[in-house]
Design a protein around this ligand. Structure first.
Ligand code: ADP
Ligand code: MG
Length: 273
């Protein structure tokens, strides 16, 4: 089920055929500029349900902007994005066919979990309160049901004993595991990670990667921006290499790591491996 190069390059000319094609995350022709700087240039990606995609690339290559676009935190200039067959983004410069309403954006965003480098837990709330907030507000789940779900998720990330702790009482690795549990509490169809271990002390990286590995095994669709090459090689179905707003390479880890087509990919890998 790994997307082939042909699938990645498949063309869509209209919204209907794009929508019909499905896929957990499908991106077609996404471009985005900040002023004169083009940070995403005609991006194509098709991520099947349950797939694990690692995005690598030098700083400034557009990785975070791509994740933010998928999550509608960044408005794209052109292109289509769909999540689980639902069109969540579409615009075309000069010829807008479909304009998302704020309400639809909020609704579709609830299908996408995001975990950031900097944990972003609410500092004044306990772990439990951090976990129940969104399910109650966004999903309309009762407090008791939300608390039950929080307990299950904390067990899953190995932090049942921290349920009443405040973020400041936890290590960075523990905070990030809570952040992952919090993202899961909305039962997202897709989970996006933006360098989830970059802010951690080296000895804490493993416990967070182990939680992500476990999610990969249970079939959650994951997209992970990471510099952890060993992790990407072991866990990802597809490795994407970005530079200058372009996807230079996309394929199975064995191919991208061992026989990259693009010299820039080989140069980058030589530096980080
Ligand atoms: P990466 O995550 O790969 O390091 P980013 O997606 O964060 O790259 O950024 C890509 C480029 O876009 C960088 O040159 C960055 O400075 C620029 N950029 C990102 N966000 C903004 C913004 N809100 N306004 C202007 N430039 C931005
Ligand atoms: Mg980034």
């Amino acid at each position: 089920d790994v997307p082939t190069d042909a699938a990645l390059k498949s063309g869509f000319t209209d919204v209907a055929s794009f929508r019909a094609a499905g896929g957990a995350v499908r991106i077609h022709g996404i471009s985005k500029s900040f002023g004169a700087l083009k940070v995403l240039d005609n991006i194509e990606l098709n991520l099947p349900p349950g797939s694990v995609t690692a995005i690598l690339g030098p700083s400034g290559s557009g990785k975070s902007t791509l994740l933010r676009a998928i999550n509608h935190l960044e408005r794209v200039d052109s292109g289509f994005i769909s999540i689980d067959g639902n069109l969540i983004g579409y615009s075309q410069k000069g010829d807008t066919l479909y304009e998302l309403k704020e309400k639809d954006i909020l609704k579709s965003r609830a299908d996408i979990g995001m975990v950031f480098q900097s944990f972003n837990l609410f500092p004044h709330l306990t772990v439990l309160e951090n976990l129940v907030e969104a399910p109650i507000q966004v999903r309309g789940i009762g407090r008791e049901g939300a608390a039950q779900l929080a307990q299950e998720l904390l067990a899953r990330v190995g932090l049942s004993d921290k349920i009443n702790a405040y973020p400041r009482q936890l290590s960075g690795g523990q905070q990030q595991r809570v952040a992952i549990a919090r993202a899961l509490a909305l039962r997202p169809k897709v989970l996006l990670f933006d360098e989830p271990t970059s802010a951690l002390d080296p000895e804490l990286v493993g416990e967070v990667l182990d939680v992500i590995k476990e999610l990969a095994r249970t079939g959650t669709t994951l997209v992970i921006v990471t510099h952890e090459i060993g992790f990407a090689r072991e866990v990802a179905d597809t490795v994407v290499f970005m530079e200058g707003g372009h996807i230079l390479e996309a394929g199975p880890p064995a191919r991208v790591f061992n026989e990259a087509e693009h010299p820039r990919t080989r140069e980058f890998l030589a530096k980080v491996l």
